[in-house]
Design a protein around this ligand. Structure first.
Ligand SMILES: [Zn+2]
Ligand SMILES: [Zn+2]
Length: 317
């Protein structure tokens, strides 16, 4: 394309720009009541997966977005690429890699943390210039220290070499937390609660509260009153699940593990009935051959009558 073509193209676009301006003016005249259905605080599923290497489902990572800021829960494999995809799909700059600044870890199992070096280093390379704030269980500081040590040659080269990397964005401020309120920036408050996850020592679920919405994310847990109490009529309950029906086909050793570490559709029906969320959203789904519809049907058949959906990657709720 020649420069003269470019000039022509810009001129051709003027009427389009004018009609966009008219459209924006019309939009601003629409009463806010008709736009009020969409809450300001949203959840974007960056990864709904498990350790299974499903190409359609990245590792567990959930973003809560409000007021131009994003708050991530867990950093499964693929987290930065999924966040970039979500930023483009939903036209939300809060999910651009350079704006990924706050992370809450439910626990340190690898499927929830393999994306942590990605979040530390890739987002920095993509020009995040403030330290990453990480809230997590005891052991988080040691994990971060080891990751930074593992990548020391990369960090030194990017700062001291030819690359114009900033000297702050790779840094991590770790907050090792205990159950209770762990975060309040005036935009959202976050409360951590302990959940039982097999013989894993410390695992948390998180409750996000903003002016317009309450959101509870279970993390990895077997069926637990802790989730019921944290939700207690919350707007959105994001809960892990496995298929009770397909569970029977699993080898005995895996059955023993899953029964103690995770939540079946049958158990989730009881949890959700008592937690009474305005919307139940399944994630970290262990399908073992069934489908989203299959998981929903199992949960319904076990007695849960409320609103239920099974999350896919990149969807916004
Ligand atoms: Zn997991
Ligand atoms: Zn786990």
């Amino acid at each position: 394309m020649r420069i003269s073509d470019l000039a022509l193209t810009a001129r051709d676009m003027l009427p389009t720009l004018r009609s966009i301006t008219v459209w924006l003016t019309l939009m601003s005249a629409i009463p806010t009541a008709s736009l009020a259905q969409a809450p300001e605080t949203a959840v974007v599923m960056l990864g709904t997966g498990t350790p299974n290497a499903d190409p359609e489902r990245s590792g567990p990572a959930v973003a809560v977005v409000r007021g131009g800021r994003s708050y991530l829960v867990d950093a499964g494999p693929g987290v930065v690429r999924r966040a970039a995809a979500a930023a483009a799909l939903h036209a939300d700059s809060a999910l651009q890699p350079r704006n990924l600044r706050t992370l809450f870890l439910t626990h340190l199992h690898s499927d929830h943390t393999v994306g942590l070096p990605d979040l530390i280093l890739s987002a920095w390379t993509l020009e995040r210039d403030v330290p990453l704030e990480v809230y997590g269980p005891p052991g988080t500081q040691a994990m971060v220290d080891h990751l930074l040590a593992a990548y020391v040659a990369d960090i030194r080269n990017r700062i001291d070499g030819l690359e114009p990397a900033n000297p702050t964005g790779y840094q991590v401020r770790v907050h090792e937390i205990a159950p209770g309120q762990v975060f309040d920036d005036g935009n959202v408050t976050v409360t951590a609660f302990a959940v039982p996850h097999g013989d894993w020592e410390v695992a948390f679920g998180y409750r996000f509260q903003s002016a317009d919405r309450s959101i509870v994310i279970s993390g990895d847990t077997r069926a637990s009153d802790a989730v019921v109490n944290a939700c207690d009529g919350c707007d959105l309950l994001v809960h892990e699940v496995y298929s009770a029906e397909r569970f029977r086909t699993r080898p005995p050793a895996w059955q023993a593990y899953h029964a103690k570490a995770h939540t079946s559709t049958t158990e989730l029906a009881d949890v959700a009935r008592r937690a009474a969320p305005k919307q139940l959203l399944l994630y970290h789904q262990l399908f073992w051959g069934t489908t989203d519809e299959g998981l929903i049907a199992e949960t319904r058949a076990a007695g849960y009558k409320g609103p239920i959906r099974s999350a896919a990657d990149l969807t916004r709720y």
